[in-house]
Design a protein around this ligand. Structure first.
Ligand code: NFS
Ligand code: SF4
Length: 668
């Protein structure tokens, strides 16, 4: 029987791994980024890679999570000599509190994003802006159905208003019942589990505030209770981002396959290049529209037109819906500026390094901020409002057109590296693909392939770039291992960016990277439901805020199989988790029952107790657990083992249920 978890409780990693010498480390696996890095930097400047090196060695109290700064008697640090903080907080309390606060931070980002989209929808239906409209009434109706909103005799605007008001209740309402976007999108088994464990949130805002309260000085010191509070908060992250994805699909359209390109080579010296960076599509969708409308002005300035390229998750939003080319993921954002051919970088929220602005100053690049909560000293700021979105977007694009004339030709060096990519694999798009084989119940095509042993399961690759490791390298090596072993891979965020940049999203790439079973399966479904784009090796599901698309897929699989989610052969991996958002996503994935690999050690090593809760006890309670493994080869093996264990158990439980004409066992 394969093992589903590490057996070495408390056998913590050698901390030396965390502090490997930067000189021993290859910085990036991305040839385009490497090429730019090898060139000259403007005098006095650094890149994220240099600053990571300068920060070494980093403090081991912080690295292992045993530094508490939750009151101003601190900082208190746990050492062999001092096993308690001034107030008496032990390592397990401090580590648990720190992790829970990371989750609260991540949840705040995603839910603020979702809230902003909800406000935009309301402005649209109230007629306060004419720049947006309801592009996907079909999705609107599907969401209404799920939420139990009657559609009889109501037009799209009325329905959208009703849905949005329900979303506001999930954010800040006072109700006894769990948040609707959580409760209506999970299995019955999870609903009961979350209620029984008292981690089903009733309001996002209330829960995040409650988490800050719970983890303040002199409050909760029970690590299990704190971690459960953290999971409740993480389920708010899920709720907020599910709202964001649903409403974005309603407003901008549910993504379907679209062909494009990725990596720095998409920046084209003949065009005015506008890089959009951040996360929120309300801005970038308008930039795309403005770029189209201002083609003539760009031509008058001597360019062939305006080319919009994406960075980080704004890039992921645009690649999904508009087929806009993706230039860079997080660790390469400065490299885009260093090409010398980005005329304006327009940013909204999250993952925008202040250093990118500093670097832009050495070039002609206009750096423009647009969100009231994200201002960067020295950057041009526009107060972006939906009411006059297109006009503001045009003003910003015009700044890029003007800057185009001020380029310094001697500084232009665009790596000749780019790959064709097919993105746009929302869960709806995947179901459409599977429907060719199983028109009545599309997900059955996927489950049947797993039950037949053709596929070994499904993996979600998510998360960031983290400077502690070689950029993109473990994303690529782990995924290649899994593809070879016939795992169907979906991806989001900077992980999807890494795959796009490296050619794993290229049409037909599954032939190069997939095992025989995966190739056979994809050939079959594609033949039955052909696309004009062809199929990639990895299916891009969007930005980080879109991670619930993968959860929806897992829930659909569970329901078709007649089991709860912890039994589904479905795993997740964040090889380079970095942001607080990644911590919250990983945590709700665990609560939903996924084995979740994290390739950089989160700050939990300082407490063997917390370490064992997240890697082992979590499994007993929720069926999901963290696999904390920095070695890519071992990580791939553990993910494959977890899938094998689940397939084995599923087979046993299904065979037994059939024999005794009963439901499959509820345990995992
Ligand atoms: Ni996700 Fe996307 Fe990237 Fe990480 Fe940042 S851009 S939201 S947080 S770094 S994947
Ligand atoms: Fe120290 Fe306790 Fe204050 Fe934390 S809350 S800084 S452990 S006294």
């Amino acid at each position: 029987m394969p093992r589903y978890r590490q057996t070495t409780v408390g056998d913590l990693k050698n901390q030396a791994v965390q502090r490997r010498k930067i000189t021993d480390t290859k910085r990036t696996a991305d040839p385009a980024t490497m090429e730019v890095l090898c060139g000259e930097l403007p005098e006095g400047n650094t890149t994220v890679f240099d600053r990571y090196a300068s920060q070494q060695p980093q403090c081991s109290f912080g690295l292992t999570g045993v530094c508490c700064r939750n009151c101003i008697q601190g900082p208190c640090r746990i050492t062999p000599k001092n096993d308690k903080g001034i107030c008496g907080a032990a390592d397990y309390t401090i580590v648990a509190r720190n992790v829970a606060r990371l989750i609260a931070g991540g949840t705040s980002c995603h839910s603020t994003h979702g809230y902003h989209i909800a406000e935009t929808v309301l402005k649209v239906v109230d007629g306060k802006t004419s720049d947006y409209s309801i592009k996907d009434p079909e999705k609107l109706h599907a969401v209404c159905k799920r939420l139990g909103v009657s559609t009889e005799g109501k037009n799209d605007e009325e329905l959208a208003r009703e849905v949005t008001l329900l979303a506001f209740e999930d954010f800040g309402g006072h109700r006894e019942e769990p948040c609707r976007w959580l409760d209506t999108t999970i299995t019955q088994g999870r609903r009961e589990k979350f209620r029984n464990c008292n981690i089903a949130p009733t309001s996002i805002d209330r829960t995040v505030v409650g988490m800050l309260d719970q983890t303040a000085m002199g409050q909760d010191s029970d690590p299990v209770n704190i971690i459960f509070g953290g999971l409740k908060t993480a389920l708010c992250d899920y709720t907020g981002m599910h709202i964001a994805t649903d409403l974005q699909d309603i407003l901008f359209g549910t993504p379907y396959p679209v062909a494009t390109e990725a990596n720095l080579g998409v920046i084209d010296a003949d065009y005015v290049n506008i890089a959009t960076h951040g996360h929120n599509p309300t801005l970038s969708e308008m930039i795309v529209e403005a770029a189209l409308q201002l083609k003539g002005e760009a031509e008058a300035a001597g360019a062939k037109g305006v080319k919009v390229v994406g960075i980080c998750c704004t890039g992921n939003e645009l690649i999904m819906r508009q087929g806009v080319a993706l230039a860079a993921n997080k660790a390469s954002q400065e490299m885009a500026v260093l090409t010398g051919a980005v005329d304006a970088m327009i940013v909204d929220v999250q993952c925008i390094m202040p250093a990118t602005k500093a670097l832009a100053e050495c070039f002609h690049t206009q750096f423009i901020t647009t969100a009231s909560q994200v201002k960067i000293p020295g950057a041009q700021h526009f107060d972006f409002r939906e009411e006059d979105a297109l006009e503001t977007a045009k003003t910003m694009v015009r700044m890029g057109i003007e800057a185009y004339g001020k380029r310094k030709p001697e500084l232009i060096r665009i790596p000749d590296v780019k790959h064709a990519a097919v993105a746009g694999w929302s869960t709806e798009a995947l179901m459409k693909l599977f429907a060719g084989v199983e028109p009545e119940e599309p997900v059955k095509a996927l489950n049947d392939a797993i039950l037949a042993g053709e596929l070994s399961g499904v993996a979600l690759f998510a998360g960031c770039n983290n400077l502690r490791v070689t950029q993109d390298e473990s994303h690529l090596s782990i995924v290649k291992e899994l593809l070879k072993e016939n795992v169907l891979v979906v991806a989001t965020g900077c992980s999807a960016g890494a795959f796009a940049k490296a050619g794993l999203l290229t049409p037909g790439a599954y032939r190069e990277y997939g095992g025989e079973g995966l190739q056979r399966f994809l050939d079959r479904v594609h033949e039955a439901s052909p696309t004009s784009t062809g199929l990639p090796a990895v299916f891009h599901q969007g930005s980080c805020v879109d991670n619930t698309r993968a959860a929806d897929l897992m829930v659909a699989m569970a329901e078709q199989l007649g089991v709860d989610t912890p039994k589904v052969p479905f795993v997740a991996s964040a090889p380079e988790a970095m942001h607080e958002k990644a911590v919250s996503i990983g945590s709700w994935c665990v609560a939903l029952g996924m084995p979740v690999h994290v390739g950089v050690m989160p700050p939990v090593e300082g407490s063997p107790l917390v370490y064992s809760i997240v890697t082992q006890v979590a499994h007993d309670v929720y069926g999901g657990h963290f696999i904390l493994e920095s070695d890519a080869e071992l990580a791939a093996k553990q993910l494959l083992d977890a899938l094998e264990y689940r397939r084995w158990k599923l087979d046993v439980h299904r065979a037994t249920a059939e024999k005794y004409d009963a439901d499959p066992a509820a345990s995992w």
